[in-house]
Design a protein around this ligand. Structure first.
Ligand SMILES: [Ca+2]
Length: 315
């Protein structure tokens, strides 16, 4: 099994993405970055999710940076309890897991693991890119030793989700996204528009999943309670969105990515309306070397089968 590290701001769909990665990969560890909800809650959510997968105390969880690179003072980045519920878990308020986070810092864990397995580690990035950028800054020699990175983030010239221009992960820490995208590491980006086109689970899909009657399907239903209504009200979408799970499925089986192309991609870090916007230079107007494989279409049926396989297996 391929060795991976998951970097996550665990809330909502991050949990199902973690379950998916635990199903398809050898997860060396989970690192937490500031994002969706309060940091310590995200840590608890990740620990709980590992327990749901039946892998309690087998997969270490590391705390990383609680906020973006340029955060000054106590001012929090924008968290999104409105999307995922106050606890980021659909308001379920699960009891804390038995497993506790490790003492080591997330970026030291990333650096050491990459050095211990040169050329083998895939980073699965489903949060603001703060931890990964800081790891690359602290030890640039890991760049040539990371196998590849799969990133849920940005859009390919499409509508954002936190502002009209920007997708949440890139919006929270655009400077970190710039550092990672320009690192020279092999990477694949699955943007927000892939999620709205191919990952939505409508009422029929939810019924099918609930009827699996497993611990996994019950967990899926619980954590998606709040986001379903939010998507209807705010994004005018009829169902739940699963950007992080979609990213894991693409990483686990690249053949479900039925269309992709390598483009030069960079991030707007200023901009009156567009901070965090991902510039995908489709026609090569900037004259820069393509640096990111951009996912452009996904086989939705196979993706859904993969999700169902994951939830079926958790009993
Ligand atoms: Ca996430």
């Amino acid at each position: 099994m391929r060795r991976v590290i998951i970097d996550t701001d665990t809330a909502g769909d991050d949990t199902i993405a973690i379950l998916t990665a635990l199903h398809y990969f050898q997860v060396e560890g989970i690192t937490i970055t500031g994002g969706n909800v309060q940091f310590d809650q995200q840590v608890e959510n990740a620990l709980y999710t590992v327990e749901v997968a039946g892998k309690g105390e087998q997969v270490p969880v590391y705390k990383g940076h609680e906020g973006p690179l340029l955060q000054i003072g106590e001012k929090q980045h924008r968290t999104v309890e409105d999307v995922h519920g106050s606890d980021g878990m659909g308001g379920a308020n699960f009891a804390p897991a038995i497993q506790r986070p490790e003492a080591k810092h997330a970026i030291d864990f990333i650096i050491e693991t990459v050095h211990n397995h040169p050329g083998e580690i895939t980073l699965l990035a489903i949060a603001p890119l703060t931890n990964i950028a800081m790891a690359l800054k602290k030890d640039p020699t890991i760049k040539s030793k990371i196998r590849d990175i799969f990133i849920m983030g940005g859009t390919n010239n499409s509508l954002g989700n936190i502002t009209p221009a920007a997708e949440y992960n890139f919006y929270v820490d655009p400077e970190a996204a710039r550092i990672v995208l320009n690192s020279g590491i092999e990477m694949t980006m699955v943007g927000w528009e892939m999620c709205t086109k191919f990952s939505i689970m409508d009422d029929d899909d939810h019924e099918e999943i609930v009827n699996l009657n497993t611990k996994g399907s019950e967990f899926f239903a619980t954590i998606n309670r709040v986001v379903k209504q939010f998507n209807k009200d705010v994004h005018k979408l009829n169902g739940t969105t699963h950007p992080d799970t979609l990213l894991m499925a693409v990483a686990a089986d690249e053949s479900i990515m039925i269309e992709s192309h390598k483009f030069y991609v960079d991030i707007e870090t200023k901009g009156e309306f567009t901070r965090g916007y991902s510039v995908v230079d489709i026609n090569g107007r900037l004259g820069n070397q393509p640096n990111v494989r951009v996912c452009q279409a996904i086989n939705r049926d196979v993706y859904k089968e993969m999700l169902i396989d994951v939830l079926k297996a958790i009993n």
